[in-house]
Design a protein around this ligand. Structure first.
Ligand code: SF4
Ligand code: SF4
Length: 315
């Protein structure tokens, strides 16, 4: 099955996860809809399965029951990207050869081969979200669009938010802000809360670690604060060792957002929970074994508490 690409993007989109009962991504208890596709390549990304728009093959060696016992995937691969791994008699994939047709995942009996992501309709997604509505009314929660970068599927994201609003569901988005102003302005009309990543102020460093410069991100944020003063904006910075973990990095961000309308600020600690997914997709995790120093994180939290209104979810 080659990924479907000729569909109505106002009715369907690629989703790689719907996470229920989240308390970290917006007010109250929320349902997080993770959309595929992202224009950034942050070195520390914990959702690498989101990068590509269409479903992506993943192979978990621990789940393979062995070539002699099974071997179905070898027989269906049209480009001979799968071969025997002589070390454990399971399979190994030549990722350079694989064209991501996903045929192997359809015959794998143990889900060792699976696609990250699937095509869903607006109705399917919002029905799944609305099933949690009893939690929203008690906690002022709702839906949060995340990713990837939700703006990468602009039409789909817009229709999801419209449908959520039609059903009186509180709405939020988690975004890198890396989109054009017209897109952001359009979605803001259907949003109650925006969780907005500001990773660092230095554009050269931003480009080196994420693949894109940040002028658009910062310009969009300022415009949004002026045009939509009533929307709650929660700026978030993931603290990444060797990238933005100095006092100077955070003070620059505080100076940028200080005085803008309806803005809160959160720091998030770097973690490596996404590392196995790189391996499943045959990709290298470039951060290696880097760890965030707890004391440094605490110092930055104190710095923000002293200099800015801080929504503290860490202590
Ligand atoms: S997804 Fe890749 S490994 Fe699997 S059948 Fe298609 S080409 Fe072969
Ligand atoms: S189809 Fe799945 S279980 Fe069977 S050999 Fe291939 S990866 Fe292993």
């Amino acid at each position: 099955m080659n990924p479907v690409t000729n569909f109505d993007t106002k009715k369907y989109g690629y989703v790689f996860n719907i996470q229920h009962y989240s308390v970290h991504d917006g007010p109250g208890i929320r349902t997080i809809v993770f959309l595929k596709g992202c224009p950034l390549r942050c070195q520390w990304c914990s959702n690498p399965e989101s990068h590509q728009l269409t479903p992506t093959l993943a192979y978990n060696n621990n789940k393979c029951i062995g070539i002699d016992e099974c071997g179905y995937c070898l027989k269906v691969c049209p480009v001979s990207a799968i071969e025997r791994n002589e070390e454990d008699n399971k399979i190994k994939i030549s990722w350079q050869v694989c064209d991501n047709c996903l045929k192997c995942s359809e015959v794998c009996p143990s889900n060792a081969l699976t696609p990250y992501g699937k095509l869903m309709s607006v109705k399917e997604v919002i029905d799944a979200v609305e099933a949690d509505s009893v939690f929203y009314s008690r906690s002022e929660g709702g839906i949060t669009l995340s990713g990837g970068e939700p703006f990468f599927q602009m039409n789909f994201a817009l229709e999801l938010l419209k449908e959520a609003k039609k059903r009186r569901i509180n709405t939020a988005i988690e975004t890198t802000g890396y989109t054009n102003w017209t897109n952001l302005e359009t979605l803001c009309q259907y949003l109650d809360t925006i969780l907005y990543d500001i990773k660092c102020i230095d554009s050269g460093k931003h480009k080196k670690f994420t693949g894109v410069s940040n002028e658009k991100v910062l310009d969009n944020f300022k415009k949004m604060c002026e045009a939509f003063p009533n929307i709650v904006k929660i700026v978030r910075t993931a603290i990444v060792p060797g990238f933005n973990d100095t006092n100077e990095d955070i003070i620059e961000i505080i100076n940028f957002i200080d005085g803008l309308a309806n803005v809160q600020y959160e720091l998030l600690p770097y973690h490596r929970l996404g590392q196995p997914k790189y391996e499943y997709m045959g990709r290298k995790y470039v951060m290696g074994n880097v760890k965030l120093d707890d004391n440094k994180m605490q110092t930055l939290i104190t710095l923000v508490k002293n200099q800015f209104f801080f929504t503290d979810k860490l202590s």
